[in-house]
Design a protein around this ligand. Structure first.
Ligand SMILES: *[C@@H]1O[C@H](CO)[C@@H](O)[C@H](O)[C@H]1NC(C)=O
Ligand SMILES: *[C@@H]1O[C@H](CO)[C@@H](O)[C@H](O)[C@H]1NC(C)=O
Ligand SMILES: *[C@@H]1O[C@H](CO)[C@@H](O)[C@H](O)[C@H]1NC(C)=O
Ligand SMILES: *[C@@H]1O[C@H](CO)[C@@H](O)[C@H](O)[C@H]1NC(C)=O
Length: 323
């Protein structure tokens, strides 16, 4: 699997279109004659415009009345139906949400137990440890600088120790909202960094690395949709971490300055994360969304609830869902 992240400052493209209108040289004609022709033409045009305009207005009025009639005949009952469905769904939703929350938690716990071997029936590969062949992060950020970071053979351990802080499943949408936290993640791999930090410090280094992330929190909110298969109509993702420990072998040629830079980066991590998040979050979000989309697209609403809640526990309630 190869994961490419590229973010650059927007390139400004300025298009200027200049229209030159050049008046052609008209033959000189007596102005009285010209005026006379002009008057006749204007009167005729006004007459014709008037006729056409009146007919158009008449036609519009007929169309408007017909449209209004049809709208009232069709729209009103439709609205009533939608409102009724929405109300019913709302009642069911609030009544069921406690039970749903419990079931969503149970699903996440089952999922956690299966992270080591993956879930072949859903095409999900083993996630403990989680591995990625290559990540290429290219950032050109005025506050950080121009940095290229390539990470190879990334391995993340302990993802399956996640704790569920909040799990909400609503029938409206349906919407799934989850907060999880992972007390500690252990990452290893090979890195290669080049670039200029803040227009001043050249960065260089390549070799193995080890990183420990503490108190990693993830928030996911998704609204699901159905169009010839399930997909994520909306997907919000956010994350934060409290602390990070980094060991980069051979960073800055193994000199003292490299150790100092790593220390500074460790100290600054929560703030630095906030600065680079706008650059790195959208591509991560797209990557996760496309992976999840691919996983769920062959399911229908009922399959999905079966997967989330266990066999048949939802019965025929799914037809209440508003598309
Ligand atoms: C449906 O509900 C909306 C507001 O939720 C309301 O404005 C509208 O009048 C309702 N329609 C009907 C037909 O009751
Ligand atoms: C690191 O990347 C640079 C440029 O991207 C490349 O020239 C260099 O060979 C790489 N180093 C290693 C050890 O792969
Ligand atoms: C869930 O995450 C959101 C977004 O980061 C945050 O605002 C909210 O407080 C979190 N809730 C819990 C219970 O952790
Ligand atoms: C998921 O797939 C659908 C349908 O192909 C697409 O419209 C949607 O943008 C995708 N969602 C995300 C969050 O990428």
């Amino acid at each position: 699997m190869k994961y490419r992240v590229t973010s650059r400052l927007p390139t400004t493209l300025i298009c200027v279109v200049v229209l030159l209108r050049i008046a052609g040289g008209a033959e000189p004609l007596p102005s009285v004659l010209l005026g006379g022709i002009g008057n006749v033409a204007n009167t005729a045009t006004n007459f014709l415009t008037g006729v056409v305009q009146r007919q158009k207005e008449l036609l519009h009025r007929v169309t408007d009345i017909a449209a209004e009639y049809i709208t009232n005949a069709v729209e009103r009952p439709r609205n009533l139906l939608i409102n009724a469905t929405r109300m019913t769904t709302g009642v069911i939703d609030s009544a069921a949400s406690k039970g749903l929350e419990f079931k969503l938690r149970r699903f996440l716990e089952k999922f956690r137990a299966r992270m080591r071997n993956g879930i072949p029936e859903l095409g999900i590969p083993p996630l403990e440890p989680f591995t990625l062949d290559e990540i290429d992060i290219d950032t050109d950020n005025p506050e950080i600088g121009k940095v290229n970071l390539v990470i190879e053979n990334l391995e993340l351990r302990k993802l399956s120790t996640f704790l569920i802080d909040r799990a909400k499943l609503s029938l409206i949408g349906p919407t799934i909202s989850i907060n999880i936290s992972i007390p500690e993640i252990f990452a290893t791999g090979y890195y290669n960094i080049t670039g200029i930090l803040g227009d001043m410090y050249p960065l260089r280094g390549a070799g193995p690395f080890e990183t420990t992330v503490r108190d990693f929190r993830v928030y996911v909110n998704t609204v699901l949709g159905y169009a010839r298969g399930m997909y994520m109509k909306r997907f919000d993702l956010d994350f934060s971490l409290r602390a990070i420990k980094i060991y980069l072998e051979n960073f800055m040629g193994g000199e003292k300055i490299g150790q100092i830079m790593s220390k500074v980066f460790e100290e600054l991590t929560p703030e630095a994360m906030d600065i680079i998040k706008p650059d790195i979050l959208p591509p991560i979000q797209d990557y996760v969304a496309s992976q999840v989309n691919e996983t769920i697209h062959h399911l229908n609403m009922r399959d999905l609830f079966r997967v989330l809640l266990g066999e048949y526990e939802f019965g025929d309630i799914t037809h209440f869902l508003i598309p």
